[in-house]
Write a new protein. Structure first.
Length: 177
């Protein structure tokens, strides 16, 4: 029983580490949102690299936690791991309850801390998706404005200056057809 208690505390340590990494991801998502609004491409690129690295760390900690949980459930004589199904499957809460030593209370406490982090992260990511879609719509609009055909385009931009300067003109002259 002492071994199970020790292993459960190791699982809880990994879960706490995972929660801390999710807090860091939430902070990066907030930063990403500000960078999407300001459209600071260089800073956004650097932030996205940080996000990718952090996601790798979350995945590694989660896999270690799940592997350890599988070992503990098998040591209890029950099927463990993601492959087990049905009524024989042991929940993490049952494993923590069987360990004693306050593991169940600690587990519930970690979940209470983690749930709002994940909820807020979902909301911020939803906002980031909206911002990204708006940016893509703007890029599509700008592409249509500058895409020329016979010297004119959908928005009647005078493109003669574009051809003459072979680059960006100092000013666009908009006119109605």
């Amino acid at each position: 029983m002492h071994d199970i208690s020790q292993r459960c505390n190791e699982i809880l340590d990994l879960l706490e580490e995972e929660a801390a990494l999710h807090r860091d991801l939430l902070d990066l998502s907030r930063r990403e949102q500000g960078l999407l609004v300001s459209f600071d491409v260089d800073a956004l690129t650097a932030t996205l690299r940080e996000v990718e690295a952090l996601i790798g760390k979350v995945r590694a900690v989660m896999n270690a936690r799940l592997a350890l949980l599988g070992e503990v459930t098998r040591s209890l004589g029950r099927p463990g791991g993601a492959a087990s199904r049905g009524s024989d499957r042991v929940s993490c809460e049952e494993v923590m309850a069987s360990a004693g030593d306050g593991c169940l209370e600690r587990y519930r406490s970690i979940l209470q801390q983690l749930a709002p982090i994940l909820e807020e992260h979902a909301v911020i990511n939803g906002g980031n998706i909206v911002l990204i879609n708006n940016i893509l719509d703007y890029v599509d609009f700008a592409t249509r404005v500058y895409a020329c055909r016979d010297g004119r385009n959908t928005y009647s931009v005078n493109t003669t200056a574009l051809r003459r300067k072979a680059g960006r003109p100092h000013a666009f002259h908009f006119s109605r057809p």
